[in-house]
Design a protein around this ligand. Sequence first.
Ligand SMILES: Cc1ncc(COP(=O)(O)O)c(C=O)c1O
Ligand SMILES: N[C@@H](CCCC[NH3+])C(=O)O
Length: 421
Amino acid sequence: MDHFVYQDGVLCAEDVSVAEIAAQVGTPFYLYSSATLLRHYRLFDEALAGMDHLVCFAMKSLSNQAILQLLGEAGAGMDVVSGGEYARARAAGVPGERIVFSGVGKTRVEMRQALTGGIRQFNVESEPEMEALSAVAVELGKIAPITIRVNPDVDAKTHAKIATGKSENKFGIPIARAREVYAHAARLPGIEVIGIDVHIGSQLTDLAPFEAAYLKVAELTEQLRADGHTIKRLDLGGGLGIPYVQSNEAPPSPLDYGAMIKRTVGHLGCEIEIEPGRLISGNAGVLVSRAIYVKDGADRQFLILDAAMNDLIRPAMYDAHHDIVPVVQPEAGAERATYDIVGPVCESGDTFAKGRAMAQVAPGDLVVFRSAGAYGAVMASEYNSRPLIPEVLVHNDQFAVIRARPTFDEMIARDIIPAWL
Ligand SMILES: Cc1ncc(COP(=O)(O)O)c(C=O)c1O
Ligand SMILES: N[C@@H](CCCC[NH3+])C(=O)O
């Protein structure tokens, strides 16, 4: 559920008309609802009630400082995957004890940064990483708390580019080698093993793969405890999917997910962490764009928008579907048309949808891409020298620009001309 609904025939974000924001900010831009973000975070928090737990927002999905501060103040932890994300989380006021550090390629510089600034735990993904972390911690006179990410070899049944839990994927250590790797970890002086981490992929619309992975983690917990290790924390990753086709998709809710967690690992008495990204931010954001032209091709009509693949890469990269709806609600019985919906970038891959049937759109009309809050703005680029687009946050009947559109001069001024040119 989200807070983008038609009121009096105009799409509104909470209590503000999208048309009014577009008139002030100019298109294209990303628009987020603070009520939806908070609602989604709280759903996860409530789903784990009764267990010692922390919901760490996977900020790779949406990392604007205002959003991090909003969620951080509500009590969320953060799952970070780079020094940049760590710095953003701290700058947003999130304390180190609520930050977990994931990723297969943490550098020694990043390890030093997090150990010095404060960290809840590192989710370590390999033996070389474990050794590097131990050495860095010893240098600093610290002990690094870690979980080890296991790869359970479970098929997440999602897009191949975002599945992470099969043995062919680069993530985690093979679960079959876990006891050996934990024994190795126990011998290293700079780290303290406190638990297990698992994350099998993103946009999962069925609980069965999660359940299979969590049952393997439960079994491993018992084995590792029998081997003498302290396993007091389980980081169960993120990945719960969202409906992208609002009319006919109903993936499991955070409540169903929470109940499954209790069922599979609840008896172990561990502290539980989860790292949802998309479910918190995805349907809390839209991309607002304006139609520039409607062009007749040989055998189809192209609807050319002012947003492009550099602003929202998901359709080009994963053939992802986003519902695209007009800001002014079409009257009942309004004329319909079928479009290939494209952007201005000079690539045929700059296509948002092929053969999309929708109410007729005229040049100048505003449209909205739904479910664009996650992996939208964060994956944008300035390809074709199109400056990054603004981000706007709505709260009840107010809105604020939380990232301004750079001017062309600002974009150009970032480049440096060497003196010898
Ligand atoms: C380690 C880790 N945690 C959490 C997430 C968040 O995933 P999602 O946005 O699907 O919830 C990801 C991305 O898949 C991830 O790689
Ligand atoms: N970028 C991907 C999700 C990646 C998840 C990263 N762990 C998407 O838009 O669907």
